[in-house]
Design a protein. Structure first.
Lengths: 443, 280
């Protein structure tokens, strides 16, 4: 018995010691780190920015500094986010109630967050100045249901970056926003240009790593829209002849005319630049902000120019998903956050942000700034396209991400490579696509 | 013995395969180094070269100018070392018990360890986030260390159980016969033989934590707490566009600690594993 008692005593002592150690560890851990709320009455906001290029980061940080200097009672902390992982990171932060107060993102990433109740409805928070400054078609990119869940502030059209020497030497008509190429003309120009360039060279390189956004956004110029919202609010996909104009031209350039390179079908925009600089390609359709990379990386003596994308029945229209600023629904300081957004998007500040990112501002006052109308680096061409920009098709349609990943991306890839024809593409986009959308629109 | 001999062509084939494998492994790293020293214009050259034509340190300068790399490296080092030490301290005794005291509990524990490997990051991140939030360990390197320990522990345990099983129990019994107590046996007999395993496990935990991105991204809120993999993504833009030169320079620097740690201790790992394997 004595032995047993002594063992029990030893065991209970050990258990107590372990418990104490665990408690101490927990206390220690609890005491360390974590975020503290200041008790000096100063409101502290966290602004998560996705700016990543030096000029853009500098512009954002400078604006935050200016705000902080002018508003000692509302201090903004600049937090660097990343485009690469923003969706997952925000989702987790929202779920955990730790999201930044002011959130930089893109309009095509907002639908889940808006419908999920994570973002504040900005109606009633934003001043009339800002509301009136940004055109209605831009506001539509951040309107989900009845609410507005982000301020669209930067956007970029897709333009054609061209090797000026090759283009001028060939004698083809150089298009302008006032007199763009039609899609038929573009196809013919590409054919003629390829004939003058020599073996192994192509007039066009379509970077089609993300074929859906290229096809849908440029498709608006052909008069297509693919997604049709019925009176009951439900969306269905229809693939009309107008929807086939842009994809058909691209496919013909690659497979029939050989005026577009087959090797760039899986490439991103940056991957095509060496070919553009080296004279393998004369023209590359790219986002407007790629101009920065070109200005930085182009070899000495390389002359380039920015051309508008071709026009069709829809004119120069094309879809965009602007960059946005939103406010977290959980933020206790929504009004203050809205004031900061208003400051950030004052016309002169919007211009600074646009220049930093080599993009176009959405604000009409900012768009009038002379700095954005210079011929240098193609700013004027981009600015002239701004009024033709529309919300990217389907970005607010529930189920769009699944349709894009599972149905549209492989279908467009096979279509552009020549593996399937138009009827098969139509069948997949519409048949398979509507089945996907129906699942999301049952109630 | 003749069965172990390999013919000349077969041996040549083996070396060729080995060489191809080494090239396969080394190619991305060598390309990374080459990219880190190339100026922007060479990065977009139609005919890229292995050796930069105009080597520059500009990418390194830009990387350090634009991002707090040293601070981030310090945070990464703290998190990785913390995770490695705690992981080994916890896993070693657990592994010993599982390996030496076989029973239903140890079988169940081993099974659970294997099953726990099947959980993807996204499944655990939100519950972990909430737990850490309640402990006020969000935005704290200590919180991150805890997560890394939890994440690495099952595999570390699995590794160490194998190492412990490889140490013959007869050696411990012999020590006991010679009068050594349990603690003495563990310290003087088992621990030295287990050292390579412990080092390998620590290395695994260190490298896992050093390279980890997603937990750090989600759990660390303020710039001054962020770790190196998170800071590296700041060189990436939308749609996969990257500031390639500075990214390569920073990524090259980020791989160095793992390489150095591995180079220093790899001899100990292989040396220790072979020690006493053959009777001389």
């Amino acid at each position: 018995m004595r032995v047993r008692t002594s063992r029990r005593v030893r065991t209970s002592t050990r258990v107590r010691a372990l418990t104490a150690a665990a408690a101490a560890l927990a206390l220690l851990l609890t005491g360390c780190g974590g975020d503290e709320r200041p008790s000096d009455g100063t409101i502290r906001l966290r602004f998560q920015s996705l700016a990543w290029q030096k000029e853009s980061v500098d512009a954002n940080k400078e604006l935050v500094r200016e705000w902080n200097a002018a508003h000692p009672d509302i201090q903004v902390q600049y937090v660097q986010g990343s485009w690469d992982s923003v969706h997952d990171q925000l989702l987790t932060s929202f779920e955990g109630g730790e999201a930044p107060d002011i959130i930089h993102d893109a309009s095509d990433d907002l639908a889940d967050f808006a419908y999920g109740g994570y973002l504040a409805d900005l109606r009633g928070l934003l001043p009339e100045r800002l509301r009136a400054d940004i055109p209605e078609q831009s506001w539509r990119t951040t309107t989900f249901g009845e609410g507005v869940y982000g301020v669209p502030f930067l956007q970029e059209p897709r333009v054609i970056i061209a090797n000026r020497k090759i283009l001028e030497a060939s004698g083809v008509r150089i298009p302008t926003p006032a007199k763009p190429w039609t899609w038929e003309e573009f196809r013919q120009v590409a054919k003629d240009l390829t004939a003058t360039m020599g073996k192994g060279k192509h007039a066009v390189a379509w970077p089609l790593k993300e074929p859906v956004s290229v096809s849908l956004n440029l498709g608006l110029s052909g008069g297509g829209r693919l997604f049709h919202r019925g009176e009951d609010g439900k969306v269905t996909i229809r693939f009309t002849d107008a929807d086939a104009v842009v994809p058909g031209t691209v496919r013909d350039q690659i497979n029939t005319d050989a005026s577009a390179s087959r090797t760039t079908l899986g490439s991103g925009g940056s991957d095509t630049l060496p070919g553009l600089f080296g004279g393998t390609y004369a023209m590359v359709p790219l986002g407007f902000s790629y101009r920065q990379q070109i200005a930085q990386q182009a070899p000495e003596g390389f002359e380039w120019t920015v051309l508008p994308a071709p026009a069709g029945a829809g004119g120069l229209a094309q879809g965009v998903s602007p960059q946005t600023l939103s406010i977290a629904e959980d933020s206790p300081y929504k009004k203050e956050a809205a004031r900061f957004i208003d400051f950030l998007l004052q016309p002169r500040n919007m211009v600074r942000l646009a220049q930093g990112d080599w993009m176009l501002p959405t604000g009409t006052a900012a768009l009038r700034d002379p700095a954005l109308h210079t011929e240098k680096d193609g700013w004027a061409t981009g600015a002239a396209l701004a009024r033709h920009l529309r919300p990217a098709p389907a970005q607010s349609v529930r189920g769009y991400p699944e349709w894009k990943d599972k149905v549209a991306t492989p279908a467009f890839q096979e279509y552009y490579s020549g593996a399937i024809d138009l009827a098969e593409l139509r069948g997949r986009l519409v048949g398979d696509g509507n089945r996907v959308l129906a699942r999301y629109q049952r109630n | 013995m003749s069965g172990l001999r390999t013919s000349g062509p077969a041996r040549a084939g083996q070396y060729l395969a080995l060489l191809a494998y080494l090239v396969f492994l080394a190619f991305p790293f060598l390309w990374l180094i080459s990219t880190a020293f190339k100026p922007a214009r060479e990065l977009a050259s139609l005919h890229p070269t292995w050796i930069p034509e105009n080597p520059t340190l500009g990418n390194f300068r830009q990387a350090f100018d634009e991002q707090p790399l040293l601070q981030a490296a310090g945070n990464s080092l703290l998190a990785a070392l913390g995770a490695a030490v705690v992981c080994v301290v916890l896993a070693t005794p657990m592994a010993y018990v599982i390996a030496r005291h076989r029973g239903r509990l140890s079988t169940a524990a081993t099974g659970w360890v294997v099953v726990s490997q099947a959980f993807p990051f996204v499944l655990v991140i939100i519950p972990l986030f909430l737990i850490l939030k309640n402990l006020h360990l969000i935005n704290s390197v200590i919180g991150l260390v805890l997560v890394y320990v939890v994440w690495s522990l099952p595999f570390a345990l699995w590794m160490l159980v194998g190492y412990v099983r490889a140490v013959p129990a007869e050696l411990e019994e012999a020590a006991a016969v010679d009068g050594a107590g349990r603690l003495r046996t563990l310290v003087s007999v088992t621990a030295p033989l287990l050292a390579p395993g412990i080092v390998a496990t620590a290395l695994f935990a260190f490298i896992t934590a050093w390279n980890e991105f997603f937990f750090a991204l989600v759990l660390l809120k303020t710039p001054e707490k962020q770790t190196l993999p998170v800071v590296l993504t700041h060189f990436l833009g939308a749609e996969g566009v990257a500031d390639l030169g500075p990214l390569a320079a920073a990524a090259f620097l980020a791989t160095l600690p793992s390489l150095v740690v591995f180079a220093v201790i790899q001899k100990r790992i292989t040396g220790g594993m072979l020690a006493g394997a053959v009777k001389s």
